[in-house]
Design a protein around this ligand. Structure first.
Ligand SMILES: Cc1ncc(COP(=O)(O)O)c(C=O)c1O
Length: 416
């Protein structure tokens, strides 16, 4: 009798073993040149990543959080400004806003895409803002200027950028994309009548290369993309102590550079990214097919016809999320929640004065989402088993009480 093996939530070992030769070569090259900070490895990666994103420039920095902070600062967001984003994202989005000196304010998400709802952005701008005598957009409550919006392309799917951009143009807001989970995602712009890459639509965009991302470094890393040469130059200064020329500091900056060796690793991996993204899309299609074939009532991810998502995460929704996660765990299957507590309800943001009920869609979604295993190396057999276990839990949970009190025999981590 054979026992099923565990299925991790994320497999970071296999792709690195597969690329061991390429990555070791990068390491040797870095050792031989001893060019650890800046230099050709960083420049070559920046050029290649800008080409991948269809942008004029990319500036490699030390993390996605720094990328977003530098992009906001270079866009002119400053002390006391209000920057709009969603409460359903990783806290780094709002940390970067605060670190740029601004105050985050939230716009609720769309129930199906889990990204910023443009209708709610419009309602906020119409009802909660006014223009001051100089024409600046001012938040009525705080009297602070509202200067930028940060749509987050969550789980690898672009926010509805046409609608957001139109509002931003109308109200004079800068748009900085948080593309930290969306390397290679595409959006069909009805306005421009063409597919556009995540990171190429706003004034600038931030990417994270945290190891588990679709394009991940072997450590911390990030990048800003932009078509604006002046912004790119400003970000290059900000990441390097405010200097464009050594020891001539035009502004006070940061130590936010990317190590050459990480740039080399990322450049090697970038050559595989399109294939990996295709594989993620295939895995998502297969999950959807298996759930549909089983007539399973979980809510699968929704991909509008204007989106080509890259499935950084494959997120389903179900009422008894905790029950499902416990069941999967005992079957040796990893799962996770992205994210369990909306940002407006986090202790860190108590001072912002939000309360439960302020963003009902985010709050409902946060209580029901589960991320299932998703990576290019996930096999068809593993997917079948994940879906079988989800289906068997849902059937058990919806069966009459007596039947539910007879749990099936599960393959546990110990037996596997
Ligand atoms: C949506 C989002 N924004 C920002 C970040 C910050 O990126 P980093 O961890 O590289 O600083 C992340 C990374 O997890 C993210 O998922």
């Amino acid at each position: 009798m054979s026992f099923p093996t565990n299925i991790p939530f994320l497999d970071l070992v296999t792709p690195h073993v597969e690329l061991e030769r390429e990555l070791t070569e990068v390491f040797h090259k870095a050792l031989r040149s001893a060019g650890f900070i800046g230099g050709p490895m960083v420049e070559q990666f920046e050029e290649a990543f800008a080409a991948f994103c269809d942008t004029g420039h990319s500036v490699a920095v030390s993390s996605g959080t720094d990328a977003l902070r530098f992009a906001l600062m270079a866009a002119g967001v400053g002390s006391g400004d209000v920057v709009l984003t969603v409460p359903h994202t990783f806290i780094a989005t709002t940390e970067a806003i605060s670190q740029a000196g601004a105050l985050p304010e939230f716009i609720d998400i769309d129930e199906r895409t889990y990204n910023m709802d443009p209708a709610k952005l419009a309602a906020y701008l119409e009802t909660q803002c006014t223009a001051d005598p100089s024409g600046r957009l001012i938040n009525r409550r705080s009297r602070r200027p509202v200067t930028a919006v940060v749509p987050v392309h969550l789980y690898g799917q672009c926010a509805d950028m046409d609608a957001i951009q139109e509002l931003a143009n109308q109200y004079g807001l800068k748009v900085i994309e948080d593309a930290c989970q969306a390397h290679g995602a595409e959006y069909f712009s009805r306005k421009r009548n063409r597919w556009m890459k995540a990171g190429s639509m706003g004034q600038a965009a931030a990417f994270s290369f945290y190891p588990g991302k679709n394009l991940g470094a072997c450590g911390e890393a990030g990048a800003v993309t932009t078509n604006d040469g002046a912004m790119a130059a400003r970000i290059r200064m900000l990441r390097d102590h405010g200097q464009a020329k050594k020891y001539y500091h035009d502004v006070e900056g940061y130590n936010g550079r990317l190590d050459a060796i990480q740039a080399g690793f990322l450049h090697a991996k970038l050559g595989h990214l399109a294939k990996w993204n295709t594989q993620r899309r295939e895995r998502a299609t297969e999950y959807n097919r298996l759930f549909a074939a089983a007539d399973c009532p979980v809510v699968s991810p929704y991909e509008p016809d204007w989106s080509r998502a890259v499935y950084h995460l494959f997120v389903i929704r179900t009422e008894d999320r905790e029950g499902l996660m416990g069941y999967l765990k005992s079957a040796g299957i990893g799962s996770a929640i992205h994210y369990p507590i909306p940002l407006h309800l986090q202790k860190a943001y108590a001072s912002l004065g939000y309360a439960a009920g302020d963003f009902p869609v985010t709050e409902r979604v946060a209580g029901e989402i589960v991320s299932l295993p998703m990576y290019p190396q996930l096999t068809a057999e593993q997917q079948v088993r994940v879906v079988e276990e989800v289906v068997s839990f849902v059937e058990m949970a919806s069966a009459p009480k007596q039947a539910a009190s007879q749990p099936p025999v599960l393959a546990t981590a110990e037996t596997a």
